[in-house]
Write a protein that binds this ligand. Structure first.
Ligand SMILES: Cc1cc2nc3c(=O)[nH]c(=O)nc-3n(C[C@H](O)[C@H](O)[C@H](O)COP(=O)(O)OP(=O)(O)OC[C@H]3O[C@@H](n4cnc5c(N)ncnc54)[C@H](O)[C@@H]3O)c2cc1C
Ligand SMILES: Cc1ncc(C(=O)O)c(CO)c1O
Length: 384
């Protein structure tokens, strides 16, 4: 079934069919835009493991028609637990704030269905090589396509961004992780609260960490953290003896991780741009603000910003279009900047190991509702 929306005469070209690109495309199409998404990969799918979403992106899923599918086959764990050297340090519940865990392929499929239902055209095997702020993109095939709005959602190595020459600072953190989706192994894990998210930290004699995130009854996301400089800890395939000696209680799931194909170590990285927009081009997601995952908000802020971009671009008058994009950045960016900075600080200090870190400041991005028409009025009331 395709939604019937009346065409508003505007056209968008989107680079990248990741979480940010699909969200922007769907939100635009539901507002009457014709939208073409270019994905350089031959397949429309998301690799990688699991993801934690919070209220901000859950609201976006609702607003773009992806909620029902995303909520099926996903879960809200009872608690977000933190343990250091095997001892519990916190059990967080977030006072009823909605949050959800799921696999990345599941989130991607849910967004893809919503995009197709909204009438978005998606071209796979179509790489964007450059963009022009006047409103066009050029593909690897040599074709140039014009648009009222160009969305650069082409990830951390964005060609839309780099072809235009957005000023940016990028840095790598000392830590990183190897991610896996493995079977739950609930029976073999023995008694315990295995439906919780459990962040297992070992800080002595060396930093090794396992973030345990159940995604549904069958699938478990685990992220194995170690410093880049630790050759043994960052090695793939993982060194099973090292990991089971550090986390013996997780032996059944670590055994599955050790035989996974395509395991890869991801070093944390941060990208901060001076501006997210230039002319008719707007960047969303990792192309604009790649962040360390400590607060689990990379995709959440990407989806929130993609949604509000669609809203701002739709409301913009033709003559004031570029100014409207600048205004969008001015309004929406501070929350993402603060979240990104906090995430980088936590990655540097490993401070999440203290537990009980999801207080009001760290949940700022999660609590935000990018779909609320009252949100700016709320924010200005709070500032006063
Ligand atoms: C280890 C780790 C754990 C994380 N955990 C969480 C979490 O729990 N919660 C959370 O919210 N976030 C998390 N994140 C962040 C999240 O994964 C990213 O922020 C999010 O995936 C960014 O989405 P995106 O669409 O901007 O980019 P991407 O997912 O990178 O998508 C970009 C897409 O564009 C395509 N592409 C690239 N170049 C081109 C081109 N030139 N032309 C056409 N297509 C192109 C790519 O193939 C890809 O499909 C985590 C990140 C990491 C590294
Ligand atoms: C949900 C989540 N939180 C925190 C981290 C993190 O590394 O700090 C990661 C990746 O390991 C996550 O996937």
């Amino acid at each position: 079934m395709t939604l019937t929306t009346s065409n508003n005469g505007r056209h968008a070209e989107v680079a990248g069919a990741g979480f940010a690109g699909l969200t922007a495309a769907t939100a635009l199409a539901r507002r009457g835009w014709t939208v073409c998404v270019h994905e350089k990969g031959e397949d429309l799918r998301e690799q990688g493991a699991g993801i934690v979403l919070w209220h901000n992106s859950i609201k976006v899923l609702e607003a773009i028609g992806a909620y029902t599918e995303a909520m099926s086959d996903s879960m809200t764990p009872p608690y977000y637990e933190t343990r250091v050297h095997g001892s519990p340090v916190s059990h967080e519940h977030f006072d009823g704030l909605p949050w959800r865990t799921m696999t990345r392929p599941h989130l991607h499929r849910s967004l893809l269905s919503a995009a197709l239902e909204a009438g978005v055209e998606i071209r796979s095997g179509s790489e964007v090589v450059s963009a022009d702020p006047a409103g066009s993109i050029t593909l690897a095939s040599g074709e140039t396509r014009t648009a009222d709005l160009v969305v650069g959602a082409d990830g951390v190595r964005s060609k839309v961004r780099d072809s235009i020459g957005f000023e940016q600072e990028r840095w790598k953190s000392g830590d990183g992780i190897i991610r896996f989706l493995v079977p739950r192994h609930k029976d073999e894990l023995g008694p315990g609260e295995w439906d919780n998210v459990i962040d297992f930290w070992n800080l002595e004699p060396r930093y090794l960490r396992v973030l345990y995130v159940p995604c549904n009854e069958r699938e478990l996301y685990i992220a194995l953290g170690a410093p880049r400089s630790d050759e043994q800890g960052s090695r793939t395939p993982v060194d099973l003896d090292l990991w089971t000696s550090a986390f013996p209680e997780l032996t059944p799931v670590l055994k599955s991780a050790a035989v996974a194909e395509d395991a890869r170590y991801y070093g944390y990285q941060t990208t901060v741009l001076q501006r997210w927009t230039r002319g008719r081009v707007a960047l969303v997601g990792d192309s604009a603000h790649a962040m360390c995952p400590a607060l689990a908000q990379g995709a959440g802020t990407a989806m929130a910003n993609a949604y509000t971009l669609a809203e701002a671009a739709t409301g913009a008058l033709h003559a004031g279009f570029e100014h409207a994009l600048e205004e969008w950045e001015r309004r929406e960016r501070p929350i993402t900047d603060r979240c990104q900075q906090r995430s980088a600080d936590y990655a540097a200090t490993r401070g999440m190991a203290e537990g009980n870190q999801f207080g009001p400041e760290n949940l700022e991005a999660a609590v935000y509702d990018p779909t609320s028409l009252l949100r700016h009025a709320d924010a200005s009331r709070m500032e006063r």
